[in-house]
Structure formats: structure tokens, C-alpha cells
Design a protein around this ligand. Structure first.
Ligand SMILES: Cc1cc2nc3c(=O)[nH]c(=O)nc-3n(C[C@H](O)[C@H](O)[C@H](O)COP(=O)(O)OP(=O)(O)OC[C@H]3O[C@@H](n4cnc5c(N)ncnc54)[C@H](O)[C@@H]3O)c2cc1C
Ligand SMILES: *[C@@H]1O[C@H](CO)[C@@H](O)[C@H](O)[C@H]1NC(C)=O
Ligand SMILES: *[C@@H]1O[C@H](CO)[C@@H](O)[C@H](O)[C@H]1NC(C)=O
Ligand SMILES: *[C@@H]1O[C@H](CO)[C@@H](O)[C@H](O)[C@H]1NC(C)=O
Length: 588
């Protein structure tokens, strides 16, 4: 290296490094809730510092006092846990306060939700891809503002993946299977095969929504961790007046309860960002939801009978196949995606492996959860007998090709199990209830089989194994708790039903038009919005996180614009009043 340029290289490395880690793993305004006052006032109280909540709170703090209450801890406490090599370890590491909280839907499918600042953007596979244009149109969002909000996110979190051998072969296999045209690297949702964005940087470190808090005004925001919100509190002002949210009650890790209230200003709001499960659950626990259901769980008082809370929950069905490879494969999560004309998406992951024992520990934890579902003990025993549990002890998969059904059209519901906000509510997704979802799944699987059998992919598949044989092996794997049918060996429709798992894109318990209006304000209640994945009428794009992040920024900007407009109007009004009435200054 030329001696003279050496200092410059050092400076450049420092700057590059600095841009990746613009803050050293913490923020002054982030504290444990045990340090919170018993009572404090803010302009906005954001419940849930997750994917959407962090983007929203950072934005609001530019011009208002913001409180963020997150039930989990800090992702910066263990930054290595977010590295690409630890994706599965972190996901499968389940303890009472780990970042990953498992749940099992009543459909018999294992699932997880997040419990950490940054939410599921901390746990996820990092794939980043924007929503389809029709999603933006149907949401009645302003296209230019949406564009600006996506860009704000992307400047901080999104990278171009370095596509290796396995992902390249997978991409070429998709092209050979007819998922055309090839669109190269793009964040846009367009028909064909493409390389999308990733929140993993080139060194394999994931950047989560928590990093967006670096955009926050540190003097205007408080973030409390291990702050479990128990309920939103309302004034009802008697008579037939609308209820108005005016604060929240939350609990710290020592079990101490705290209160936070909105400061006196009609523009101030409580904003629920607790995620697809957390938001409908917390509305219900606060007395907003289907009246009879709330009463049966002793929720008192019922503030508003809102029957659609928790209705319309959906999870996009995913079906998948493990493909052992004779050639070594790189470790990759989702980088390439196939977007065919029919409504299914195809994605691939390589070198899936888990630290020793994690699998069986996860499985034990999950089996304990079964006590809480409504499965009968005999049906569970029968299911467990029919699947090969030992497979889990030595899980090592070279290639994993998956298909996700767009939408979906099938819908379910969420119900309370108890009054503990940290416990999982009961969720039923009704996978494949709508025949169209099944048709989409079958088409997706046919394309997956073509990719596996393609020439382009042949290097990563044993020549003696056919795609159909590999598919059928999935029927004996403990990937879900659903009954298996002999006919699934030859009938792809049955195969879809028997081997459905989740891609973790569940959404929809507080949908726009059903629970919130198109400005995300809860129907019938003042000063309360829901802004997160629970409001989606379908899963946006191939994968939702880009749009969840964008929505936080977009709504933050919109709320601040409304706030400024009203402030301006009041100022103009008070100037007029001051000019016309010399006594007006004493009235404020
Ligand atoms: C394993 C996995 C892989 C995924 N892979 C991808 C991918 O590659 N690409 C992609 O686009 N999407 C992916 N997703 C989906 C995507 O990450 C989520 O859809 C999205 O992040 C959800 O954002 P959200 O803001 O709605 O909820 P969340 O991010 O879950 O935020 C909700 C937050 O609220 C907190 N909370 C809940 N209840 C309370 C309470 N009572 N008090 C205080 N806090 C509370 C939670 O702890 C959480 O932090 C994946 C998800 C998972 C789980
Ligand atoms: C679940 O039920 C089994 C059998 O009834 C019992 O042994 C086990 O302790 C239960 N687990 C939990 C977490 O309740
Ligand atoms: C295919 O070949 C590999 C290696 O030669 C072998 O391990 C595997 O069992 C074979 N599979 C089948 C289905 O014959
Ligand atoms: C395949 O399975 C589905 C679901 O059980 C069933 O409705 C259909 O009739 C089956 N098709 C054939 C050809 O058997």
C-alpha cells in the first residue's frame, strides 16, 4: 500500500465503519422501565417499539414529545445474535424473556412473535422488498410520500446482497422454470425473477428498526424497555360521548406499575404498534372489542363494543422442500425471489443449520405450549407418533425452497386466552379455507419442482433424487402438527394442506375499514390509532417488512403535518383574537 494514501484509507475505513454503526449500540434516551417515573406526560405514547413503532416514534420526535414502551429488551445487548450465522439460533432460542416468543396457531402450525426493541425486524430473514403499486393505491396512500418514506428507511437499513453460487443457481432455475423476465437487483415489486434488498450488511450484521432511533431527536424521546403495557385508559366523559384515550398503564420487570398520560392537547395520541398479535390483544384487554367475548374474560369495563377487533387474521401459507446438495453451499437467507403472474412467490434459503440441542429444546418448549391450545391429547400423540422427531436433533439442510401464497384470501380470528398481555392470545388462521389459496399453492409448488429439476440448479441436487421424491420426504418431517394423508404423496392439493407452515407474515386483526379508518384512527374512539401489520388487508409485496417500516415513517410524517397545520391555525386564530380583543391574552 502506498504510504501516502494510508491515512486516507484509514479515515475512509473509519467513516465507512461509522456509517454502519452510527451509534455504539445504545441510546441515552433508552432506559429500563424500572427507572421510569410512576407518572409522566407526553404528546405521543407509542405502544410497542417494533418494526413500525421505531420508525413512527423516531419521526414524531422531530416535533413532539414521544414515549415508546417496549416489552422486550435491547437488541444492542447481544448484537452478534443478529448476525446472519445466528439467524436460526436466535429464532429457536426460546426462554421466558428471549427475543423470540413461540406460539402455535389453532391450525397446528408453529409460529413466533418478537419481544425485543426493533420487533420482528430483529428476528427476521432480512429480505427487503417494497409493496406492489396496487397495495399503495388500495391503501389510499400518497405515492410521493410513500416513495420518500421507503427511501428514508433504505438509507439506513438496506443493502444489496452479494449473491453466491446456490442463490445464483436458484435464480437461473427460476428463469428456466419460466418466471420471467429477469429484473436484476430491484426493490420494486414486479413480475419476474429478481434480487431484492437485505437488511444484512456485507459483513453479515443485520440492521433492525431499532437503528432508526438514531434519526430521533434525543431530547424529545424516551424509550423504556421491559415495559409491558397492560391497558390503554380512556375518559368516557359520561353520556353518549365518544371514549377518548388519555394514557396507558405499564409494568416494569420488578412488577411495579407505572402510568403515562397524554399532555393536554387535542392533537396528542396513544398509538398502538404492538404487532399483528399484540395490537388486537391489547385493544381487547383495554375494553375495545367484541363485547360478549370481553365480558366472558372479565374485561371490565367494556369501553366500546367493536366486533371486528381480532377478526380477519390471516397468515400466508408457506410450503417448502429441503434439497440436499452434493456441492457445498453458502449460508444465505432470502436474496432472490420469483414473482410469477399467478399469486404465489418463490424464495430460497441455503445452509440451514442449528446449534446443538437447540432444536430439541425448541421442540420441548413448543410441546409445553400445546397444553394451551385446544388440540386433544390423543390427536397430539397421534401426530407426534407419525413424524420423525429425531430428524430435529441433527437438522442440517443444504437448500430450502419455499412458496408463499399471496394474500391470502382465507381468514381467521384472534381471541383472548387470559388477561396477561405477555401471553399469546389464541389465533386461528384457517389456512386454505378458500379454494383459491389452494390453487395458488399448487401452482407455486409446480414451479418449485421445475426449479429443482432445472439444468441450472442441477449442481445443487443429487442426480438420483427427483423433485417429487424430495417433496414427499416433507410429509415425514415434524414441521407442523397437522394430520398427514397418504394421498398427499400424489395429490399436490392435499400436500399443501398437510405440510403448510408459516413464513411469519401474519397480519390483519385491526384492519383498515374494519377497526381503524384509512387514517388508522380506531373507529368510535378519540386520540387512538393502530399503526402496524395488524392493519394490513393482505401481506404487502413478496415480504412485508419494507412496508411495515415505511408505514411508520409515512404515518409519522402525516401526523406531524396535521399537528403543524393545527398549530398554525391556532396561532393565526390567536393573532386575530389578540388584534380584536385586548382581553384575549388572559384567557389562555
Ligand atoms: C422469523 C421471521 C422471519 C421473517 N422474515 C422476513 C423477511 O425476510 N422479510 C420481511 O419483509 N419480513 C419478514 N418477516 C415479517 C416481518 O418482520 C414482520 O411482518 C414485521 O416486522 C412486523 O412488524 P410490526 O411492526 O407489525 O410488529 P413487530 O415488529 O412484531 O412489533 C411489535 C412490538 O410490540 C411489542 N409489544 C407487543 N405487545 C406489547 C405490550 N403489551 N407492551 C409493550 N410492547 C408490546 C413487541 O415486543 C414488539 O417489539 C419475518 C418475521 C419473522 C418472525
Ligand atoms: C403440559 O401437560 C403435561 C401433561 O398433562 C404436563 O406433564 C406438563 O407439565 C404440562 N406443561 C405445562 C407447561 O403446563
Ligand atoms: C442418492 O445418492 C446419494 C449419494 O450418492 C445417496 O446418499 C442417497 O441415498 C441417494 N438417494 C436415493 C433416493 O437413492
Ligand atoms: C386431492 O386432494 C383434495 C384435498 O383433499 C381433494 O379435494 C381432491 O379431490 C383430491 N384430488 C384427487 C384427484 O384425488
Amino acid at each position: 500500500m502506498d504510504f501516502h494514501i494510508f491515512p486516507f484509507v484509514l479515515v475512509a475505513i473509519f467513516i465507512l465503519h461509522g456509517s454502519c454503526y452510527s451509534h455504539k449500540g445504545s441510546y441515552e434516551f433508552m432506559k429500563d422501565a424500572t427507572l421510569a417515573p410512576t407518572m409522566a406526560r407526553f404528546d405521543y405514547i407509542v405502544i410497542g417499539g417494533g418494526t413500525t413503532g421505531c420508525a413512527l416514534a423516531a419521526t414524531l420526535s422531530q416535533n413532539a414529545r414521544v414515549l415508546v414502551l417496549e416489552r422486550g429488551g435491547s437488541p444492542y445487548e447481544n448484537p452478534r445474535a443478529m448476525d446472519i450465522d445466528n439467524f436460526y439460533n436466535t429464532l429457536f432460542n426460546i426462554t421466558p424473556d428471549s427475543w423470540s416468543q413461540p406460539f402455535i396457531s389453532e391450525d397446528g402450525v408453529f409460529n413466533v412473535r418478537a419481544r425485543v426493541l426493533g420487533g420482528e425486524s430483529v428476528l427476521n430473514a432480512g429480505f427487503y422488498s417494497r409493496a406492489e403499486e396496487s397495495f399503495v393505491e388500495k391503501s389510499e396512500w400518497e405515492m410521493e410520500e410513500v416513495e420518500a418514506a421507503y427511501e428514508w428507511i433504505e438509507r439506513k437499513l438496506v443493502f444489496k446482497p452479494q449473491v453466491g453460487g446456490w442463490q445464483s443457481a436458484f435464480r437461473d432455475g427460476l428463469l428456466e422454470a419460466g418466471v420471467l423476465p429477469y429484473n436484476g437487483f430491484t426493490l420494486d415489486h414486479i413480475v419476474g425473477t429478481k434480487i431484492g434488498g437485505t437488511t444484512f450488511d456485507p459483513a453479515g450484521h443485520k440492521h433492525s428498526a431499532a437503528d432508526l432511533l438514531a434519526y430521533a431527536n434525543p431530547h424529545m424521546i424516551d424509550v423504556y424497555l421491559h415495559a409491558l403495557v397492560h391497558k390503554i385508559i380512556f375518559t368516557t366523559r359520561g353520556g353518549d360521548q365518544r371514549p377518548k384515550a388519555y394514557g396507558v398503564i405499564y409494568q416494569d420487570a420488578d412488577g411495579v406499575f407505572h402510568k403515562a398520560e397524554l399532555a393536554e392537547n387535542a392533537m396528542n395520541e396513544v398509538i398502538l404498534c404492538a404487532g399483528a398479535l399484540g395490537s388486537p390483544q391489547l385493544l381487547m384487554l383495554s375494553g375495545v372489542g367484541p363485547k360478549a367475548h370481553l365480558e366472558s374474560h372479565g374485561v371490565n369495563p367494556v369501553v366500546l363494543d367493536l366486533p371486528m377487533v381480532g377478526q380477519g387474521m390471516a397468515d400466508n401459507p408457506m410450503n417448502s422442500v429441503f434439497v440436499p446438495s452434493p456441492a457445498p453451499v453458502e449460508m444465505s437467507l432470502v436474496e432472490v425471489v420469483g414473482i410469477p403472474k399467478f399469486h404465489s412467490y418463490i424464495e430460497g434459503l441455503s445452509r440451514v443449520s442449528l446449534a446443538n440441542n437447540l432444536n430439541s429444546r425448541f421442540f420441548d418448549g413448543v410441546l409445553n405450549l400445546l397444553n394451551k391450545t385446544s388440540f386433544s391429547t390423543t390427536s397430539i400423540t397421534n401426530i407426534l407418533k407419525s413424524i420423525d422427531l429425531h430428524f430435529m436433533d441433527e437438522m442440517e439442510v443444504d437448500g430450502w425452497i419455499v412458496t408463499k401464497v399471496d394474500g391470502p384470501l382465507s381468514r381467521g380470528y384472534l381471541e383472548l386466552r387470559n388477561k396477561n398481555p405477555d401471553d399469546n392470545p389464541s389465533v386461528t388462521f384457517n389456512y386454505f379455507q378458500e379454494p383459491e389459496d389452494l390453487e395458488r399453492c399448487v401452482k407455486g409448488l409446480k414451479t418449485v419442482m421445475k426449479v429443482i429439476d432445472s439444468n441450472a440448479f442441477s449442481r445443487y441436487k443429487y442426480p438420483n433424487a427427483t423433485a417429487r421424491e424430495l417433496l414427499n420426504l416433507m410429509l415425514s418431517r415434524p414441521i407442523n402438527l397437522r394430520p398427514r394423508h397418504e394421498s398427499a404423496l400424489t395429490n399436490l392439493t392435499q400436500f399443501c394442506i398437510d405440510t403448510v407452515i408459516t413464513i411469519w407474515h401474519y397480519h390483519g386483526g385491526c384492519q383498515v375499514g374494519k377497526v381503524v379508518d384509512k387514517n388508522y384512527k380506531v373507529f368510535g374512539i378519540d386520540s387512538l390509532r393502530v399503526v402496524d401489520g395488524s392493519t394490513f388487508f393482505k401481506s404487502p409485496g413478496t415480504n412485508p417488512q419494507a412496508t411495515s417500516l415505511m408505514l411508520g415513517r409515512y404515518m409519522g410524517q402525516k401526523i406531524l403535518r396535521e399537528r403543524n397545520a393545527l398549530r398554525k391555525k391556532n396561532e393565526d386564530y390567536s393573532i386575530i383574537k389578540d388584534e380584536t380583543n385586548i382581553f384575549s391574552s388572559s384567557s389562555k
